[in-house]
Design a protein around this ligand. Sequence first.
Ligand code: FO1
Length: 319
Amino acid sequence: MNVTVLAGGVGGAKLAHGFALCQPEIDLTVIVNTGDDFDHFGLKICPDLDTVCYTLAGLANPETGWGRKDETFEAMRQIGELGGPIWFRLGDKDLATHLERTRRLKEGQRLTEVVAAFCRAWGIKARVLPMSDDSVRTMVKTREYGWMGFQEYFVRQACAPTVEEFAFEGIDHALPADGVVEALESSHLIVIAPSNPWVSIQPILSIKGVASLILSQKAVAVSPIIQGQTIKGPAAKMYREMGIEPSPLAIVRHYGDLLWGIVIDELDRNFEAMIVSSGIMTLSTQTIMRNEQDRFRLAKEILAFYKDFNPNHQPGREF
Ligand code: FO1
């Protein structure tokens, strides 16, 4: 059975890991947002790709969800002493990833090839694909500072400014990376991970052809909103600032016709009847992934949900 997960950073990486633990019964592809990527110290930084890969490889920092476990920050400390920028904390081990990626890209390798090589080196069995090899930059327009790069908003300003608008620079010319179209076309199940719909999933959906492919296949989304909040990140704050009450309903409306189903947290069970009446299959369950068992259980439950309810599911087609 072919499963494709659309993922941003930490929440997406955790669910992708849950599906990875279901291998080899499923064939897993993870399509990752690259709108958060930026150049820093002359290096190409790909936060969401690295978060997904580190998580799948068992190398992620369990406290932050991003960066490497057992990390040191000696290079950052030295940079700070020299008066350089230290607002974006690059660990020593993590720096090796950025250095080697930048070297390979300068040599002419495509990002897709670099990611595939790193996945092989880290023993990752899933197919991890950047959404595009072309540069896309997520920009955030804030009331206080106007337009700024995503990491400026997210890390430097700690998501404090009020958002007004989002833009994905370069999106009009960005083509899906090799394997993206094939993965979506051959997917039995497409899962939109509990990543930020505005800045993690929307860039992927905005790549030429991706939304129309999902529209024809239909996807299941996992709501990142639980009781009006997010476990991590500014999605709920963004909904409020965009004048929308954050709830599983907001997620259903956000993705609209792309969905056949949604997974909502059991604490939001009261929304179930309303969502079902709009024609979207709904699974209410525990969606908070505190440990590896939670990730695996949630992935298994989504696979069972698909087999029970997906209207396009043809018995026997999944293996
Ligand atoms: N997030 C932070 O909040 N502060 C940091 O200093 C920071 C450094 C960092 C370094 C490498 C990396 O891959 C991710 C890093 N992140 C940091 C996380 C990153 O900004 C976000 O996870 C994503 O861009 C949002 O999905």
